[in-house]
Design a protein around this ligand. Sequence first.
Ligand SMILES: [Fe+2]
Ligand SMILES: [Fe+2]
Length: 333
Amino acid sequence: MTKQEKSIHSRFEVIKGMEDFVGENIYTLLKPVNESWQPSDFLPDMTAENWREQINEFRQRAEALPDDLLVVLIGDMVTEEALPTYQTFLNRLDGVKDETGASNSPWAQWSRGWTSEENRHGDLLNKYLYLTGKVDMRAVETTIHHLIRNGFDTQTGSDPYLGFVYTSFQERATKVSHTNVAKLAKKAGDDRLQKICGLIAGDEARHEKAYRLFMQKVFDTDPEEAVLSFEKMMKIKITMPAHLMDDGKNKNLFTNFSNVAQRIEVYTTKDYAEIISDLVSGWNIGNLKGLSDIAAKAQDYLCNLSERYLKVAKRLSFAGPAEKFSWIFDREV
Ligand SMILES: [Fe+2]
Ligand SMILES: [Fe+2]
């Protein structure tokens, strides 16, 4: 057995060894269905007698949303709508994958439970945006179509350690993004959108907690490989799940979208740096003991990484020229 094979083999065993823990905690990490919110709780009731008034009132509230906020919200919705890609990712991870599609293993229950909670995010944002009447839905749907066809490569392969570092980071990133959109929605006068994004952010926060806890277990059992994996993932960098988005027109769509998100401070390089420092302190990286030389180097690298990004963040500017977005009928943002 090569060294690499041995390491993969033991990772599989560490993950398998966590099954009881996942099974015992699954319903604090996921919400029972009968206690869960559903998209229709926050949308006009089309079966009500006064559905016309409900829609009018809904649209009035959304009236003042500025184009930059709309673009970021659409990008976030497109990201959520590529959920099939993310479930596929979870099912690639060694020890985590759902072997039958309806397996009773705790990991398989987790990944299906996670997916079903996430599924509401894209549903709700999609319907919200449709009802505002402010969006070229065909252009947005075309973008989702392309994105799911294009997929995305987390560069974690089937490695569950890399996978859980990725998901810990990414759930927090989406939490930050939805929380900031909620604040801007309030400022623009749409308290319903504020509520919607706040709820979604709450789910992301719970999911973040779960993935961080899974990774904490890995750190407890296998600190050496865990810290090396964290370092590896940070060197690869966290690829945004929607970076292959495409509306069939604009080759720079993702870059343009993320520049707007930086500009209105929904998700920035500073946020990226803060997520790193939060994970580093949360997993207590600075105090890991008994590491080999190479793992101690990784520890050092990780403890200084956030500072490096913060320095970069200070130098960056996103004040480039306005770009057209097909999503909002080619208006410039
Ligand atoms: Fe989500
Ligand atoms: Fe999420």
